[in-house]
Design a protein around this ligand. Structure first.
Ligand SMILES: Nc1ccn([C@H]2C[C@H](O)[C@@H](COP(=O)(O)O)O2)c(=O)n1
Ligand SMILES: [Zn+2]
Length: 164
């Protein structure tokens, strides 16, 4: 791609105004960052990444699902089911969206868009709404039948936050 023939000068990449055209669209780039963050997750079943972008298209927060700081990744369970819910991950894991919000490098997140690899749960949607996030872009909606996702969409709809 660097050696494309310049249509004006008819030479290999020597035109002063030559630029690559097949660049990533910004949405692909931001979701790509979310996907890369997801690869940091130690969750054996579902790795989620989130990337928050402000109105100037600058990344202001990135996160992935993981255990709370200082809790040690080996000290808490990663299993999905067990006789006692205290022995499963669900009481402990911090969702990617929560971590992206907490990792923010700007004063606030008003008007921002979140790119997230999995549709936000109800608890995360509460956080997104309260943080002033104005758009949700997601990749997978694999839990769309679960009550928490139905409730999540209900809140986003009421708050006027589009998701696509
Ligand atoms: N929007 C979401 C939804 C879920 N997560 C996390 C929470 C768990 O670590 C994992 C889901 O595990 P599964 O029930 O599929 O075994 O994903 C998140 O970070 N953000
Ligand atoms: Zn969540």
């Amino acid at each position: 791609m660097y050696f494309k023939t310049c249509p004006v000068a008819n030479q290999l990449n020597s035109c002063p105004s030559y630029q690559r055209e097949d660049i990533l669209e910004s949405a692909q780039y931001f979701m790509g960052v979310a996907l890369l963050a997801a690869r940091r997750s130690r969750d054996p079943s579902t790795q989620v990444g989130a990337c928050i972008v402000n109105e100037e298209k600058k990344i202001v927060g990135v996160g992935y699902n993981g255990m709370p700081n200082g809790c040690g990744d080996d000290s808490l369970p990663w299993r999905r089911s067990g006789d006692n819910p205290v022995e499963t991950k669900y009481f402990y894991v911090c969702h990617a969206e929560l971590n992206a919000i907490m990792n923010k490098n700007s004063a606030d997140l008003k008007g921002c868009t979140i790119y997230v690899t999995l549709f936000p749960c109800n608890e995360c949607s509460k956080l997104l709404i309260q943080a002033g996030i104005k758009n949700v872009i997601y990749l997978s909606d694999k839990y769309h039948k679960l009550d928490n996702v139905i409730a999540s969409k209900k809140m986003l709809d009421l708050a006027g936050i589009p998701y696509e």
